[in-house]
Write a protein that binds this ligand. Structure first.
Ligand code: PMP
Length: 398
């Protein structure tokens, strides 16, 4: 009997995730990620023991203080207050406690926002290179994903291209700064232009275009730079955050959606988001993480040390002859592949005991991505091997 497709929507999701699925199933990473002799630069996953403060917080707060300790938890006021106070201090904007919708990570924050905002056929713009799951999540909520390329030289937003992609059906745009995978922080001048564009287009359409500001890496900033949050520029913004990057604990799921304090329709949207949290599979953080939030809100991985790793790797790779940008934030470096076929070069790197992500998986063929969450030891072992792989690749070209 011929196999029948299960459904159109899941097929669209599958198409959007094709490169990711293939990488997870067939790459050297899928076979060798656990091998202790490999230097693993593939994902933003920890390669060292967790922060002791994080472990202590989970231990402390796992002891129940009342009968409801592990009861259903949703947007718990105490957790909302902790997150809002931190945002007010960090951003200098008057975020309201009740405008924090707690989610199990930025993943869920994106899903919940899309679920609440879009109707079937609405268009959602996302920027390429993107985070792996934007397109698939838009498809999940029956939206139409509209891809707009970032400027390929600077990796900044291309405002003219965004303007060209907006139609009467545009409901939202997803912007990610600091950007995974490019490490770019969008400057205030770009964000001002974006806000002007969205304001004018919303007015023309007679319908608000929302800005989903994916700020997963907003606390991973180098060189003492300012971080201009897109939310500070455009009132109709939802700030999406996860603690997983700052703490390097992506398997412990906590994050939030914060509504801009200047948004016109905060009350209604807040209620819609709550409904969306429920039907997106109860997308709230677990009770334990909500209890522990006061103790973990201000913890962070060692950012100066991460910056040191960035400087070491960027400097060494450039000296070897690789071409790459210096990231302004995030864990990631995008490096030009010496071969046009980045998947083939990533396979070659694997034969030199190095695991990286091919650019093709994040819509950037001809590049590969390095995650600086690799340990010092992995980096030290890998550097001579990066040089050897480049030599081998150059010899093969010549
Ligand atoms: N957005 C971006 C840009 C990311 O890189 C990630 C994680 N890789 C997420 C969202 C999702 O974060 P989390 O898994 O913590 O929910």
């Amino acid at each position: 009997m011929a196999s029948e497709p299960i459904g159109e929507r899941i097929m669209a999701i599958g198409n959007a995730l094709e490169h990711v699925a293939r990488f997870m199933a067939e790459s050297p990473y899928s076979k060798l990620a656990g091998d202790p002799t490999m230097s693993d630069f593939t994902l933003g996953n920890p390669q060292e023991m967790p922060l002791p403060g994080f472990v202590a917080a989970l231990e402390k707060w796992s002891v129940p203080q009342n009968k409801k300790w592990f009861a259903y938890k949703n947007n718990e006021p105490a957790s909302q207050a902790v997150a809002a106070a931190s945002l007010r201090e960090r951003r200098g904007l008057p975020f309201h406690d009740e405008d924090i919708l707690l989610t199990n990570g930025a993943f869920a924050a994106i899903a919940v926002s899309l679920c609440a905002l879009i109707d079937p056929g609405d268009e959602v713009i996302f920027i390429s290179p993107p985070w792996f799951f934007y397109e698939a999540l838009i498809a999940t909520y029956a939206g139409r994903a509209v891809r707009v390329m970032a400027d390929r030289e600077s990796f900044d937003l291309d405002i003219d291209a965004i303007a060209g992609a907006i139609t009467a059906k545009t409901r939202a745009i997803i912007v990610n700064s600091p950007n995974n995978p490019s490490g770019k922080i969008y400057p205030a001048s770009t964000l001002t232009q974006l806000a002007d564009l969205l304001t004018a287009a919303s007015k023309r359409n007679g319908r608000t275009i929302y800005l989903l500001s994916d700020e997963a890496y907003s606390r991973i900033i180098f060189d003492g730079r300012d971080y201009p949050s897109p939310v500070a520029f455009y009132p109709e913004s939802l700030l999406l955050y996860t603690y997983a990057k700052t703490l390097l604990t992506p398997g412990q799921r906590i994050g939030y959606i914060a509504l801009s304090p200047t948004m016109t329709n905060r009350e209604t949207l807040r209620q819609s988001l709550f409904l969306a949290q429920l039907v997106t599979g109860f997308a709230f953080p677990n009770a334990l993480l909500q209890h522990a939030l006061p103790d973990i809100e201000n913890l962070s991985i060692d950012i100066p040390h991460l910056q040191h790793k960035r400087d070491l790797v960027v400097g060494a790779l450039r000296e070897m002859g690789y071409s790459l940008h210096t990231p302004e934030g995030t864990f990631y470096l995008m490096v030009r592949s010496p071969w046009e076929d980045d998947v083939a070069f990533v396979n070659l790197l694997a034969s030199h005991k190095i695991l990286c992500l091919p650019g093709t998986v994040v819509e950037t063929p001809g590049y590969f991505r390095i995650s600086l969450t690799a340990s010092d030891d992995m980096i030290e072992r890998a550097l001579p091997n990066f040089a050897a792989a480049l030599q081998e690749a150059s010899a093969a070209i010549g």
